[in-house]
Design a protein around this ligand. Structure first.
Ligand code: ADP
Ligand code: MG
Length: 394
């Protein structure tokens, strides 16, 4: 963090401050259905308002075609929601760099907020087009990036504009980067990482990186079957990635050499179909029937994993232990989430879209130390990759 300037170092009073936020929220019938991301941006917004800055907020929302306004991707509902959460006037521009935005910026007074329309209505945003970045920069005198969720993308609003204005990190971005890099560079030990989700191939970089850092890695989810195959076990109709079996075996060897303990399931919940009403049973990993698929870790495994989580001083979790979206296969994921929630002494950190959804589903989110707002961005950071949105602030 030492090489990044922080928002509190900027002299913002009376200045036009352009803030990249992550307002990419779910919307139904013109109403925001989950305002978590808007709330997470409030510390930076409230700070700037309190300092008397003219606050100009910009974000993308969804995946519009990039050829102009599309009502269903308008960011107006997010602006309306923000207005209910902050103690300041919130105006909505109606465009991004066009005449409406320019006029609205002119009319902005210190302590007021303006929300620009969806950045991705213009396809130049994702291309990091220099002209688009210039037009954004021309709206303001200072740039703040608080959108950790898009920090792994080099877009005009995350990278381009940062080179054209004095650039600073907002509180959310600071907090995300400090928490995740702190976890990797100087974890309280034992450091226990829980990795799951569907595919090994999605997580190879994350597993590789954590083998060097963690004391214990717990493996569940669909990816565990490729590891079990590497151990010579038969996994029936479970999710498997044949071309990653050798690589999984290498990771087990690497972990052994590095002194990182890897935990794999001893039992699994199997089903005859990928369905909520499938015929379900619990079997040892040595006896997975050929025609059944493993859709959750079994109760014996869940207990062992929960015990390992309880002993961690740093616990990082990415990837559900099973198909938690379906009732018969949620128990393993729930057991791990509950063990994290009950670990009051340790730092409990969660990254990854579906893992965060699982914790929310079980109502345990506020019992965790830190929940990352960036799915892809947090994974890339854990993999050890540089994030363009963070690099651009240096
Ligand atoms: P995250 O978004 O937290 O990084 P992933 O996207 O990697 O997690 O994986 C989440 C998905 O993995 C969930 O939709 C879940 O249903 C699926 N999953 C977990 N276990 C299994 C399994 N045994 N078989 C198939 N899919 C699984
Ligand atoms: Mg996911």
């Amino acid at each position: 963090m030492a090489d990044i300037k922080l928002v509190e170092q900027a002299d913002v009073a009376g200045k036009r401050v352009l803030v990249r936020v992550d307002f990419n929220v779910p919307i139904a019938d013109g109403v925001v259905t989950d305002d978590t991301r808007i709330r997470r941006a409030l510390p930076t917004i409230a700070y700037l308002v309190g300092k008397g800055a003219k606050v100009i907020l910009m974000s993308h929302l969804g995946r519009p075609s990039g050829t102009g306004y599309e009502e269903k991707f308008s960011i107006k509902p997010a602006a309306d929601r923000l207005a209910a959460l902050v103690d300041a006037p919130v105006a909505f521009a109606g465009d991004t760099i066009g005449p409406k935005a320019k006029e609205a910026v002119q009319n902005l007074a210190g302590g007021q907020i303006l929300v620009l329309e969806n950045l991705r209505f213009d396809k130049r945003e994702k291309k990091n087009d220099p002209g688009f970045a210039r037009a954004l920069a021309d709206l303001a005198e200072i740039y703040v990036n608080d959108a950790f969720g898009t920090a792994h993308r080099a877009h005009a609003s995350t990278a381009g504009v940062a080179h054209l204005l004095p650039a600073y990190a907002g509180y959310l971005l600071q907090n995300e980067v400090a928490t995740l890099t702190g976890m990797l560079d100087d974890p309280k030990r034992p450091f226990v990482a829980i990795l799951g989700g569907s595919k090994v191939s999605d997580k190879v970089g994350v597993i590789d990186s954590l083998i060097d850092k963690a004391d214990t890695i717990i493996i569940g989810g669909g990816m565990c079957f490729t590891f079990l195959l590497a151990q010579g076990k038969a996994v029936g109709a479970s999710l498997k990635e044949e071309e990653w079996i050798d690589r999984a075996g290498e990771m087990l060897k690497k972990a052994d050499a590095a002194g990182c303990k890897i935990l794999l399931p001893s039992d699994v919940v199997v089903a005859d179909r990928f369905a909520e009403d499938a015929a379900v049973s619990t079997v040892p990993v040595d006896a997975i029937p050929a025609d059944m698929m493993g859709l959750d870790i079994g109760p014996e495994t869940a207990k062992a994993y929960a015990d390992a989580v309880a002993g961690g001083k740093t616990v990082f979790w990415n990837g559900p232990m099973g198909v938690f979206e379906m009732r018969p296969f949620e128990a393993g994921t729930k057991a791990v989430a509950e063990a994290m929630a009950a670990n009051a002494e340790g730092d409990t950190i969660i990254g990854g879209g579906d893992s965060v959804a699982a914790v929310n589903k079980f109502g345990l989110a506020d019992r965790m130390t830190f929940i990352s707002t960036g799915g892809g961005a947090s994974m890339e950071l854990v993999e050890g990759k540089a994030l363009p949105g963070v690099e651009a602030l240096k």
